[in-house]
Design a protein around this ligand. Sequence first.
Ligand SMILES: [Zn+2]
Length: 276
Amino acid sequence: MSYKINNKEFGSVGEFVLQGRGCATITPNHYQIKRNDELVSGLRRTNSRPSSIIIPIKFIHIVDGSNGHITQAQREAQMSVLREAYGIYGINFEYSESEVVVEENSQWYRMDHGSFEEREAKTALQENPKKYLNFYTAGLASGLLGWATFPWEREGDFTKDGVVMLDSTLPGGDIQNFNLGKTAIHEIGHWLGLFHTFQGGCQAYGDHVHDTPPHAAPNYGKPEDGPHNACSVDTGNAPIHNFMNYVDDAWMTKFTQGQIERVWDQISLYRSEFLS
Ligand SMILES: [Zn+2]
């Protein structure tokens, strides 16, 4: 059965996922990964971990005529989804309805990852990324669900910091399989320093989190429990319910403790302004 997402047709949902599932967040290079790991191990030797943080979200909705409008009810539902995923770990989000920005621009509405339009839109609309998580929504280029910047990228490219979401991925949106607001959990996971659980495939470092088993490839849809893309170094099941995998929204339900430890490390290193 063919699958149409955001004006692009795929042979099936599986084909869409295998082409990247529309998460355009770029994998860092080996130098960046190694440097980050060194900073984290230094931090763990010297620092005690904070236990609570409040991250103000700045919703910036880019619209094109009648396309792309997000209701207050959708924003509130998205916040609830975020709180449910992160709140139990002391990672809290807030937003103010009076600060929501709606910007009409048909060029920016279809922006692609890394495009001129992305930079132009963010240059014009961004709030200080040391005070806000900039949360953009737009129609995006064909076939994309969203993308994020990693925390260590901010100092090198202040303008691009934030997450970009396909508008119809917010709760109540009209995109099949991905409209429960889980894309925002996933992209904010990147923004807080998490990799995909399948990063590095079966190579030892994987996603640099000790309690997510390595797996050879992303999982998609609603896989049953059992071995999926397991690697010989760890024959445990792939993390088929993890927010940083590629499964359907309905299937994404958890982070691991190791992922949350990594998030706190990354916050301490790169986003400490948000610590409460
Ligand atoms: Zn991703």
